[in-house]
Design a protein around this ligand. Structure first.
Ligand SMILES: C[C@](O)(CO)[C@H](O)COP(=O)(O)OP(=O)(O)OC[C@H]1O[C@@H](n2ccc(N)nc2=O)[C@H](O)[C@@H]1O
Ligand SMILES: Nc1ncnc2c1ncn2[C@@H]1O[C@H](COP(=O)(O)OP(=O)(O)OP(=O)(O)O)[C@@H](O)[C@H]1O
Length: 307
């Protein structure tokens, strides 16, 4: 097999969960989900260049928050692919980071999907798409969606994807918080709050996708989507970070159709009518002092793409 010597770069989007229905805890520690993912146009880029030994570098305003050791999901992805093909992970990975770190927007998952695709192309290993998806699922529940992008329903722990049709573009503003939230902590807090309300694991219904939400996505109807946005992890994220309630209020006061915590948070996502409303809402959110930055973005966005 011949290997191209040049750098391969892959661009990968962030996600927002327009519906995140969470079941009770499973024996393996995960939760069954009805997880409606929408990829949005905030991107990380992962570049892979041949190197004598594995190496990782990260650039971008929040680069200091990203681990450079073996725990980095992009490094783990390159190792997994190399192992699968019986070769050394002799690659220099560079992540140009623009997705908020530990923000509930699947930034690490994006880097894992990007590293898999970039290394597969660099090494000429030509892994079939289904096998790449299986490797993604080994790396994390959100990683398969980072590869495919668009819009999809995730069942199981979120890794079993069915693509969804969308009838148009949706405009969002993302209010990025100072500091992150740990995903396992947020799931644990969700279980704790449910227990405290007398809703133990047995009383939690099977998570199911909301037909009204799927219809709104298919129609490209922002007002209808706004009416059906739902995140079962939101009370847990707000319990761990009470200031998010103020951010959510500020987004509504800024004219958003609706707002919710993105995934495990702490980023808050606001659905707006159009690009002009997004620009206005972003300015108002920033002026409110309830977030660190406010970023407009459009979804659906393409999944991991060679550039
Ligand atoms: C909150 C979401 O971002 C919504 O898309 C995801 O469910 C989280 O996906 P992720 O970050 O890829 O999570 P993973 O790396 O697979 O799992 C991290 C931890 O989150 C919790 N976890 C994750 C997914 C899931 N369906 N149930 C869980 O309880 C578990 O404690 C797990 O050990
Ligand atoms: N490539 C990476 N980029 C960012 N964080 C990483 C990466 N690899 C590992 N991590 C670790 O993972 C933690 C979660 O980061 P990430 O940005 O993926 O969170 P997230 O967006 O909340 O994830 P999700 O939405 O999938 O639950 C970070 O605190 C960091 O320690």
């Amino acid at each position: 097999m011949t290997e191209p010597a040049a750098t391969v770069t892959v661009r990968v989007p962030a996600k927002v969960n327009v519906q995140l229905a969470v079941g009770g805890p499973r024996p393996d520690g995960f939760h069954d989900l009805a997880n409606v993912f929408l990829a949005v146009g905030l991107y990380d880029s992962v570049s892979a260049t041949p190197a004598p030994a594995p190496r990782l570098t990260v650039s971008g305003p929040d680069a200091a928050l990203v681990p450079l050791d073996e725990s980095n999901l992009a490094v783990r992805a390159a190792r997994l692919l190399a192992d699968r093909h019986g070769r050394e992970p002799d690659v220099h990975l560079h992540i140009a980071k623009d997705i908020p770190v530990a923000g509930g927007m699947a930034g690490g998952s994006a880097d894992a999907a990007g590293a898999l695709l970039a290394c597969d192309r660099l090494w000429g290993t030509r892994t079939p798409h289904e096998e790449l998806l299986a490797l993604c699922a080994e790396l994390g529940s959100d990683v398969p969606f980072s590869l495919t992008g668009g819009a999809a329903l995730g069942r199981g722990r979120g890794e079993l994807l069915t693509p969804l049709e969308t009838g148009g573009e949706f405009h969002w503003v993302f209010a990025v918080a100072d500091g992150g939230l740990s995903t396992p902590d947020v799931y644990r807090e969700c279980d704790r709050l449910r227990q405290a309300e007398g809703r133990g694991a047995d009383a939690v219904p099977e998570p199911e996708p909301d037909p009204a939400l799927l219809t709104a996505l298919r129609a490209g109807d922002a007002a209808a989507l706004a009416a059906s946005l739902r995140n079962d992890l939101q009370p847990a994220a707000v319990s761990l970070r009470p200031s998010l309630a103020e951010t959510l209020d500020a987004g509504l006061a800024a004219g958003a159709l609706a707002g919710l915590v993105s995934g495990s948070g702490p980023t808050c996502a606001f659905l707006v009518q159009d690009a002009a409303s997004a620009a206005r809402a972003a300015q108002a959110l920033l002026a409110s002092g309830t977030c660190r930055t406010a970023r407009p973005a459009v979804g659906p966005a393409a999944g991991a793409t060679l550039v």
